[in-house]
Design a protein around this ligand. Structure first.
Ligand code: 3HC
Length: 301
C-alpha cells in the first residue's frame, strides 16, 4: 500500500550510489544502513581525515558485530565493508544519485554543503537532509535545483528505530518525493510525510515532553524522581537516558528552534544550556550512574 501522500512510485529515480556528508555518529549510522539495505557504494565525506577514519571505522566495526552475531555471512560482511569508503572531497559524489547530509545543525552550513554538492552531482541527484528541525524550504533556497531537496529525518538508534519523517519543502517535486519514499522502503523504514514546519512533528512532541521533565528538575524536583516517575508506563528508556542518547547539544538546538518559532509554548532550560556549555555529553557517566559534576551543573541552580 502506498504511504499517505507518496507520489506514484513510477516517478522514482533508481539509486545506484549514495553520498553521505559528515562522518559523525548520525552520518556513520546512515552510511551503514544505506550500504546494508541498498547494497550500493556509499561514500562518506568530512572535513578532516581523523573524523573520516572514525566514521568509516564505526561502520566497519558495526558490520563486524553483525557478522559476529551471525546476522550476516563473512562474505556479505566483506562485501558491505568494501561498499563503504571515505573521501575528503565531494568530487567522490559525482556519480551519486542520492546524497544525504548529517552535518552540524546550522542552516547556513547546510546551505553551503548543498551548494557544494550541487556543483558536482548530476541534475537529478536527490539532496536529502537529516535535519531534526530546520526548514527544508530555506535549505533549498538559492540552489539551481531546489526541487531535488527533501527532508529525510531518522531517529536514534538508526539501525533499530523504524520511524522516518519525510519532509516536502515548498519546491520539492514529485520525482524527488517518490525517490525518497522508494529509498525509505528499501531501507525498511516506516515513513511518514510531514509538513515543513519547525521540528516537523516528532520532535515537536518529544521537545515538549523532554522540556517538561527538565523543567521539573529546574524547579527543584530531584533528577532521579523526574527521570523515573514514568517507569510504570513502560517507555523504552527514561527521559534522561533519551536526552543522553540524542545528545544535550542536539536537544538544546531543537528547543531553541521551537522557542524561536513558538515563544509562548516552548521554553529553553538554563540547566540544559549549562550542561551543553560545559561540554557534557549527558547526565550519566559511562557506567550509567549519574555523573556528580553533571548533577551539580544541572541541579545546582
Ligand atoms: N546503535 C545500534 N544499535 C543499538 C543501539 C545503538 N545505539 N542501541 C541499541 N541497539 C540495538 C542493540 O544492539 C540490540 O540489537 P540486537 O537485538 O540485534 O542485539 C537492540 O538495539 C536492542 O537493544 P538492547 O536490548 O540493548 O536495549 P533495549 O531493548 O533497551 O533497546 C533502545 C534500546 C532501542 C535504544 C530503546 O531503549 C529505545 O527504543 N529507546 C527510545 C529511543 C528513542 O526514542 N529515540 C528517538 C530519539 S529522538 C531522535 O533521534 C531525533 C533527533 O532529531 C533528536
Amino acid at each position: 500500500k502506498r504511504p499517505a501522500g507518496a507520489p506514484d512510485k513510477a516517478l522514482a529515480h533508481k539509486v545506484t550510489k549514495v553520498g553521505v556528508v559528515g562522518a559523525g555518529l548520525m552520518a556513520s549510522q546512515l552510511a551503514l544502513l544505506f550500504a546494508r539495505r541498498l547494497e550500493v557504494p556509499v561514500v562518506l565525506t568530512d572535513l578532516d581525515q581523523e573524523r573520516l577514519d572514525k566514521g568509516v571505522g564505526y561502520v566497519h566495526a558495526e558490520i563486524g558485530k553483525l557478522q559476529a552475531k551471525g546476522r550476516i555471512s563473512s562474505d556479505r560482511a566483506n562485501r558491505l565493508k568494501a561498499l563503504v569508503t571515505g573521501s575528503l572531497t565531494k568530487d567522490a559524489f559525482a556519480d551519486a544519485d542520492f546524497v544525504i547530509e548529517a552535518v552540524f545543525e546550522d542552516l547556513k552550513v547546510k546551505q553551503q554543503v548543498f551548494a557544494e554538492v550541487e556543483a558536482v552531482v548530476s541534475e537529478t541527484c536527490v539532496l536529502a537532509t537529516n535535519t531534526s528541525s530546520l526548514s527544508i524550504t530555506e535549505m533549498a533556497a538559492g540552489l539551481r535545483h531546489p526541487e531535488r531537496v527533501v527532508g529525510f529525518h531518522f531517529f536514534n538508534p538508526v539501525a533499530v528505530l523504524p520511524l522516518l519523517e519525510i519532509v516536502r519543502g515548498a519546491a520539492t517535486d514529485d520525482a524527488t518525493l517518490a525517490t525518497a519514499f522508494a529509498v525509505a522502503k528499501s531501507l525498511k523504514k516506516s515513513s511518514v510525510l510531514v509538513k515543513d514546519a519547525p521540528a516537523f512533528v516528532v520532535n515537536r512532541l518529544l521537545t515538549r515532553f523532554m522540556g517538561e521533565v527538565i523543567a521539573a528538575v529546574d524547579e527543584g524536583t530531584p533528577v532521579e524522581t523526574a527521570d523515573h516517575a514514568l517507569d510504570g508506563l513502560g517507555l523504552p528508556m527514561t527521559p534522561f537516558a533519551l536526552l543522553q542518547l540524542v545528545g544535550p547539544a542536539v536537544a538544546l538546538h531543537v528547543a531553541e528552534t521551537m522557542h524561536a518559532a513558538f515563544p509562548d509554548r516552548y521554553g529553553v532550560s538554563e540547566n540544559l544550556a549549562k550542561l551543553v556549555a560545559a561540554g557534557k555529553p549527558g547526565l550519566y557517566g559511562a557506567d550509567f550512574q549519574i555523573d556528580p559534576q553533571a548533577r551539580a551543573l544541572f541541579e545546582g541552580g
